[in-house]
Design a protein around this ligand. Structure first.
Ligand code: 0PR
Length: 376
């Protein structure tokens, strides 16, 4: 650090220059994040100093968090849901399994997750010392329920289903997982980090939330498809007993106990989440999801004309295209200014069609992709 501070103008011009190096979202088809809604940005700014780590000092912000949890509970069919706003899907998944592990107290516990599970479950294995067993998928990239059943043993404490897989946007058979969890007396965590703000707003109906009696926790991220600011993840438990399992004493704070992973934590993104949920309402989200799905199908129609097929028909706004040598297609797209992604198995081109994309840049992207495919 310099002995003397730089003037504000100098610092801001450095920041502007650096910001200019970031890729604008309009060119990004590999991210599950997007520009936050303007009302979320203003709310974030308004609550910028609020620290929910000491909620007694921020009574208004703490009320907002309880209200967001209540709103999410209603969205996921459980007015009794308890939870908090995390930093994202990773923290939600960690804390869900943490609570389950503490509740069960098994000596060498294991959980069963789909092979499609997000890499946050690898972090869970490392941090929580819970063995993570991976069940293979069926031909449609949903977890194979009979393989989950086969993996259950005396040390299994819970199973995980994904409602909106990271790579394919597929929805696991959560109803079957719920039945299995009830029959085997296991916890069932649903990772809807991405799908949580897509699935309820699709015209097709999928069972994935607390309406299924076996579901014990749900992760759903406001900083992905709900237009909130980063960091905002939602973690909901079926009732308060799970949060109690995460409790530590905090004798010198304004409250006597804390259940969160972070100590000091942002009230700003919680206020942003509240603002955007209140402002958009279900109708607003239905419009956004409908538009993303139209863009997804429009892009698919266009590339199909050029003979490119999807690996699965898109269930949500994630499109995986069967292209030979996906890595080289990805880098050629990058040369033309587009950020795309890939899937592991099969090796294919993965596109996430987020609200920041427009019909116009979708068509430009499709032209570039088709051109690369025919001319290299
Ligand atoms: N669960 C699922 C199903 C996810 O898709 C993700 C992240 C997580 C959990 C973890 O969420 P956090 O990253 O909020 O902790 N899915 C994306 C991914 O890892 C996140 C992402 C977002 C990646 C923007 C890249 C990017 O530019 O692919």
């Amino acid at each position: 650090m310099n002995a003397h501070g730089a003037d504000e103008e100098t610092v801001e011009s450095i920041l502007d220059e650096l910001k200019g190096r970031d890729t604008p979202y309009e060119r990004i088809l590999s991210s599950m994040c997007t520009y936050p809604h303007p009302i979320a940005v203003r709310a974030h700014q308004r609550f910028i100093e609020a620290n929910l780590g000491d909620p007694g000092l921020f009574a208004g912000t703490a009320w907002i968090e309880r209200e967001v949890v209540r709103m999410l509970g209603l969205l996921y069919n459980n007015p009794e849901a308890h939870g908090y706003i995390t930093t994202g899907g990773t923290e939600s998944n960690i804390q869900a399994i943490h609570a389950i592990r503490n509740a069960r107290g098994v000596r060498e516990p294991n959980i069963i997750v789909p092979a499609s599970a997000h890499f946050s479950f690898d972090k869970i294995a490392d941090i929580l010392r819970v063995k993570v067993k991976k069940a293979d998928l069926d031909p449609d990239f949903r977890v194979d329920i009979s393989l989950v059943e086969d993996l259950i043993d005396d040390n299994t404490i819970g199973i995980v289903g994904i409602a909106g897989t990271t790579e394919f946007g597929q929805i696991d058979p959560i109803k079957d997982l719920s039945d299995l969890a009830l029959a085997a007396n296991l916890f069932l965590h649903v990772d809807a980090a991405f799908g949580g703000f897509v699935i309820p707003f699709l015209p097709e109906k999928y069972e994935f939330d607390f309406a299924l009696p076996g579901v014990t926790s749900v992760a759903a991220d406001p900083h992905k498809m709900s237009f909130s600011t980063i960091p905002a993840g939602g973690l909901l438990f079926r009732d308060h007993s799970y949060m109690d399992r995460l409790s530590v004493d905090t004798p010198y704070l304004s409250v006597t106990a804390q259940q969160t992973l972070s100590g000091t934590r942002s009230g700003a993104s919680v206020a942003a989440t509240y603002a955007v949920l209140r402002h958009l309402g279900r109708e607003g989200y239905e419009r956004i999801v409908q538009r993303c799905m139209e863009l997804t199908r429009g892009l698919l129609d266009r590339v199909r004309e050029a003979g490119i097929e999807p690996v699965i028909e898109p269930v949500m706004n994630v499109l995986v295209l069967d292209v030979p040598d996906a890595d080289s297609v990805r880098s050629k797209l990058k040369e033309r200014g587009w950020e795309a992604s890939i899937t592991r198995d099969p090796h294919a081109l993965r596109l996430v069609i987020m609200p920041h994309l427009t019909h116009e840049n979708m068509f430009r992207f499709a032209d570039d992709l088709c051109d690369i495919m025919s001319h290299g």
